[in-house]
Design a protein around this ligand. Structure first.
Ligand SMILES: *[C@@H]1O[C@H](CO)[C@@H](O)[C@H](O)[C@H]1NC(C)=O
Length: 433
């Protein structure tokens, strides 16, 4: 009864949005999720360019090095590029040599339960050649991914399908610490609040923009947690075989049921819908810009397929009747509003940096991807450059720009949220029966 109650609490209006959970469930599970899922299998979306080696800027790094066999130094050596590297081209070290060294180090540093948390950096030779072409193409476009300060040497392509986001068995201190510092030091607090952090209980004391910030972050956290609960690893009882991946209901209830979360579970789940609507709106708002991309991978047939699939998906997204209204946030043109917006932006940038502090490789990869995707959504919503309904020729002259990396991150991040909403349905069925 208690459990049923909390799902029924989830029904109805999503806070600070004009739309209900049921509308989103229906729209996502039937229309968005299946299409998005097949789109994300395409090469354009499946290879993500990321720097996993930036290191944690805020506290000493314990990255994948909790075993005695592995000092931090050895591990950072293990981050040798798998290919595509400017260094390899300069012939400092053959890529075969690097591969071997990497494999070696990966083994030594394996704190992640049989390597479940390690990122699979394997790319075929063919793929590597393709990337060289992509990279040349990208560089000929005026992109500004260097503003992230990621040196080209450390920015590598990762095949997202070889590295699914799922429970890794990783129980390191770092993930806990990351979320704790996000909530304690990087979310806004009510002015008179001296407590450790904002929760759904004192949220009402914040202005709309600060509430939105908290909801988006909490929604992202919820989404990641739902994935880990939905793709949970249970080792086989006999010790043979590789065990099973599946829904873990007790784990889910621990994070989201009313009684085990001091009443916060349903709000956490609602925040997932909040951030979903935020990214949905960003996709709709940038649709014209995104549709005009070439989705270049060098394979004309596939590129054209991707373009038409993207266009179809975006037209469905545009048809959603209750889009999030970003114009209610930061409405004024005064100095106060500008200051708040800048504060919002700084807080968010800081959170993307904290993702570099996540210990397990895979969790860091997906954490970075999802924050970059959300950051891209915020850029679309609040840059002010897409506010008037520009048509194509003007839009091209406009200084608004998204890099391939940002587009890939946005679609994949939205894919994760879409999957979470879909997985909630599975939990709902299991828990109600
Ligand atoms: C960024 O995050 C770190 C770690 O939580 C925190 O110590 C620092 O105060 C934050 N900086 C800003 C500018 O918010």
């Amino acid at each position: 009864c208690g459990v049923y109650f909390y799902f029924s609490q989830l029904e109805g209006q999503i806070d600070d949005c004009e739309c209900s959970v049921n509308t989103v469930d229906y729209f996502n599970n039937l229309k968005i999720y299946p299409r998005l899922n097949s789109l994300l299998l395409k090469d354009f979306f499946r290879f993500y360019r990321v720097n996993l080696e930036r290191g944690c800027p805020f506290w000493p790094d314990f990255k994948r090095c909790t075993t005695e066999h592995c000092s931090v130094e050895t591990c950072s050596e293990g981050q040798v590029p798998a290919g595509l590297s400017t260094e390899a081209k300069n012939g400092k070290e053959s890529s075969a040599h690097k591969y071997l060294k990497e494999a070696q180090n990966e083994e030594d540093c394996d704190e992640n339960h049989g390597g479940l948390g390690a990122v699979d950096r394997t790319l075929s030779e063919e793929t590597k050649e393709e990337f060289e072409k992509w990279q040349k193409y990208d560089e000929s476009q005026d992109n500004f991914c260097e503003t992230e300060g990621e040196s080209l040497t450390d920015v590598k392509y990762v095949d997202l399908h070889r590295n699914p986001e799922r429970f890794t068995g990783y129980k390191g201190v770092s993930s806990h610490r990351v979320w704790k510092s996000i909530y304690q030091e990087n979310c806004f607090k009510p002015d008179h609040e001296h407590g450790p952090f904002t929760t759904s209980k004192n949220l009402g004391e914040l202005c709309l923009e600060k509430r939105a910030f908290f909801r988006a972050i909490s929604g992202l956290h919820t989404s990641i947690t739902v994935h880990l609960c939905a793709t949970h690893y249970t080792p086989s009882k006999t010790g043979f075989g590789s065990g099973n991946w599946g829904l873990n209901v007790p784990e889910f209830l621990k994070r989201f049921s009313t009684d085990q979360t001091d009443g916060e579970g349903p709000d956490r789940l609602k925040n997932l819908y909040f951030v979903y609507l935020l990214e949905l709106r960003a996709l709709a708002k940038a649709a014209l810009y995104i549709e005009a991309q070439s989705f270049y991978t060098g394979d004309d047939v596939e590129d054209a397929e991707v373009k038409s699939a993207v266009t179809e998906l975006l037209s469905i997204i545009k048809s959603f009747p209750n889009h999030f209204k970003e114009s209610v946030l930061f409405p004024g043109k005064d100095e106060e509003t500008a200051k708040l917006k800048e504060e919002f932006r700084q807080h968010f940038i800081n959170i993307t940096r904290i993702m570099d502090c996540v210990g397990c490789d895979k969790c860091r990869l997906w954490g970075k991807l999802q924050t970059e995707g959300l950051g891209t959504a915020l850029k679309i919503l609040f840059s002010g450059k897409l506010d008037s309904d520009l048509k194509m020729p003007q839009l091209k002259k406009n200084s608004f720009h998204l890099t391939r990396k940002e587009i890939v991150a946005l679609f994949n991040a939205f894919g994760r949220l879409s999957t979470s909403v879909y997985q909630l349905e599975n939990f709902r069925k299991l828990i109600k029966s």
